[in-house]
Design a protein around this ligand. Sequence first.
Ligand code: PAF
Length: 280
Amino acid sequence: MKIVRSVQELRDQLHGQNRIAFVPTMGNVHAAHLSLMSMARRHGDPVVASIFVNRLQFGPAEDFDRYPRTLQEDIEKLQQHNQVYVLFAPSESEMYPEPQNYRVQPPTDLGDILEGEFRPGFFVGVTTVVLKLFACVQPRVAVFGKKDYQQLMIVRNMCRQFCQPTEIIAHETVREDDGLALSSRNRFLNDTERRQAPQLYQELSEIRECILAGERNLLEVENQALRALAASGWQPDYVSVRRQVDLKTPSVEQVENGEPLVVLAAARLGSTRLIDNLEI
Ligand code: PAF
């Protein structure tokens, strides 16, 4: 695996390649990342991964400073996994050599809801860095995890609207045996919180079961989950059933007619904010 730190080196390494499969990450590599790399390998060659903790997508009160930076361990894991040909690990000054005054602005009806409501500016930061990374890597395909469901949709729409030649491929959420979705932030959970963390997935699963069993009062099932989380010490931001196609709230008729749905949630356990979702 070649490790490159500058855009110029990256371009030199990838010169002439037209089947690049790309996996952008913020590092702290875990099994879900490795699974994204394996999927990338099935869709293209060579596989390029990036590790860059993107300050632009963190709010001033968020966890940019404490976000785990484990480059050396990450390199070892990727080398062992043996799927990545080039790892692009730029410094902040390489990605942002001057103030980033030109930014991508996702539409408010998708960018300012759910995660966007609780993390203002988050999707501007994500789409801006993804567009820059795509300009650097020029991938034919890029793999994103469904755990960040809204991010996946926004990146896909951005690529379509900006005529990007990159196809966005979705990877299923990877879970621990107890249902907890793999995330770099799980390492912040203490033992008690770790035992409690699968409750988020359990609440989503319960909502899914209720809807499949014929429940049509979505507000009631969402509120039940919010109450259950709060009663167990979580601070939930949202639990919300939406249409898969555009993340809008479905009408009762749409639910009746089998509209594909997804239930999304974000909640804080201690000082750790977790997100998860489940398609219905
Ligand atoms: O999902 C992530 O890890 C990040 O949001 C991404 C896509 C690498 C952009 O910084």
